[in-house]
Design a protein around this ligand. Structure first.
Ligand code: ZN
Length: 187
């Protein structure tokens, strides 16, 4: 699901904050969505992670899943076990079957080499995605800064107008008071 930048009125309905991701109505003072599964910041934001997930091509999603698995200890334990078993079988320590890849274990080296090629490819794809993610985040931060700057300028202009109006009212009031005093002194 993708949420694009929208005016503030879209997520403020009847003084309740509506989450653009899951649609849950939150209390007016809420900062994050109360839905535990969602937990997004409430506002007219774009959600970079979700945008990128929605735009991901199949090999990018696959690279995400593979690299997530590789980063877990299970991966190293699993590899330690199967490589150890392979060596034990092919050195004759475990004599439960005939050797199929004697020392220097060329087939094992080939398999591990091919696996390394795929893993480095997936890691590069993931790195590329992370770079894109960072670039999008920076762009979003810039957009938010520009919007904040514009709002501050608007508020400053508004305050300036209020100040000018108050000064004018005050001088008019002073003039009226002076006229009233003059009239009371010289009836
Ligand atoms: Zn939500």
């Amino acid at each position: 699901m993708t949420a694009t930048a929208q005016p503030l009125t879209d997520f403020r309905q009847n003084s309740k904050l509506v989450c653009l991701m899951c649609g849950l109505e939150n209390a007016p003072e809420a900062v994050f969505c109360a839905n535990e599964a969602c937990g997004k910041a409430l506002g007219a934001f774009r959600y970079v992670t979700e945008e990128m997930e929605a735009e991901a091509i199949w090999h990018e999603s696959l690279a995400e899943k593979v690299t997530e698995f590789i980063a877990k200890p299970h991966f190293f334990v699993m590899h330690g076990l199967w490589i150890g078993l392979w060596i034990l079988l092919n050195t004759g320590v475990l004599a439960i079957m005939t050797r199929f890849d004697g020392y220097p274990f060329s087939l094992l080296a080939l398999l591990v080499g091919v696996e390394a090629i795929f893993i480095s490819g997936f890691v590069l794809i993931r790195q590329n995605r992370q770079n894109q993610h960072s670039a999008k985040r920076a762009e979003l931060d810039y957009e938010v800064s520009v919007q904040t700057y514009r709002r501050i300028v608007e508020l400053e202009t508004m305050l300036q107008r209020i100040h000018t109006h108050l000064v004018r009212l005050e001088s008019e009031n002073r003039l009226l008071r002076r006229e009233a005093t003059a009239r009371s002194e010289n009836p």
